[in-house]
Design a protein around this ligand. Sequence first.
Ligand code: IMP
Ligand code: MG
Length: 403
Amino acid sequence: MMMSVIIVGLQWGDEGKGKFVDYLARDFDAVVRFNGGSNAGHTVMVNGRKVVFHLLPSGALWGKRLFIGPGVTVNPEELAQEAALFPGLKLGVDLRATVLTPFEVWLDRKMEEMRGKAAIGTTGRGIGPSYAGRMFRLSLRVCDLLSGKPPDYGPLAGAFGYSEDLTGWAEMARKEVEEFAGDVPSELMEIHDKGGSLLFESAQGSLLDIIYGTYPYVTSSNTIAPYVSVGAGFPFSMVDSVMGVSKAYQTRVGSGPFPTELDGELAEGIRRKGMEYGSTTGRPRRVGWLDLVSLKYSVRLNQTNSIILTKLDVLSGLGRLRVATKYNVDGRPTDSFTSIFTGNAVPEYTDLDPIPDVDWAGYAREGRLPQQAMKLVEFIEDQVKVKVSTVSVGQERGMTVEL
Ligand code: IMP
Ligand code: MG
């Protein structure tokens, strides 16, 4: 058994990490969130029932120990709502984690309005203002709430015309977090030193990373695996394996560059079949062909050891199958994802044999893939130079093929 593993999204989020964290959590002692906040939406199917987590790590279903690391921003009300779903929950929230107040939720929406056409398309959960507030050194930490320090956004709130008094809110929030507060990095190291296993779950995706992603159309945290050192206080060098999750195609919710984006009937078909609607906001996701230029980029950033390929079944029966292998920027071909930061990237595609409609449940039961799907897997492995260890062909836990 591996001791500590990171699961990270290799695209713009919604790669299906939730299903795998849930699926793998059974074999680990604890599951840890280390970035973002309740902007995440991890959908997990349990006995045909859909459960969406926004803030809690997905392993709650197995009664595992759960941790929210110092790099996360915590909305106490949402924490309380999700915690209430699991009586006897074993949850630790780091004392240094940022507390997200109604001010940041208000400011997130206000700033989106102010941006007008240039809006990011955020989830409206206050994530950007919360990370900014931390950098301004105005946000409260969990430990500040406990010690009774009232929130005071001073000049920041004044500049935006926010005048609510949050003292009463802070009193309520303190009661919601107090039972969970602790020193998460120390607890993680203790579990590790006793031979226990840790599963780290990154939220969002690598291409939404505040530094490495498609800025400014990104989230406000670092989403890539090495951030575990900061966001969980657990050294990346002590992680045994990084599993990167990618869909067999590409999606994104919100604005920003998307070289392989499709429109029209084909896009609508994939959207409908893949149920590509935001799990936090319900917005229709933009869809497109798999982009191997971006996949190579994120595989490297995360030091990915293996790839979990999801939603392969959605590509079946479309009558065509393509993957982008290069970009063309101002008439010049390039392998470099960063070229999209300075120019207009037009993808160059390789056409593969289309995947026919098959009985995916039957294939999943037999633990194999139709020949055309296997070709796609091999093509990806050959291009990206990392093994695809697992392929998901449906939402339910059983609809998974180990290669
Ligand atoms: P924010 O994280 O709410 O500030 O949103 C910034 C961008 O990240 C927007 O394009 C969101 O749609 C996107 N985003 C944030 N969280 C997720 C997620 O969990 N999955 C997919 N996209 C997300
Ligand atoms: Mg999601």
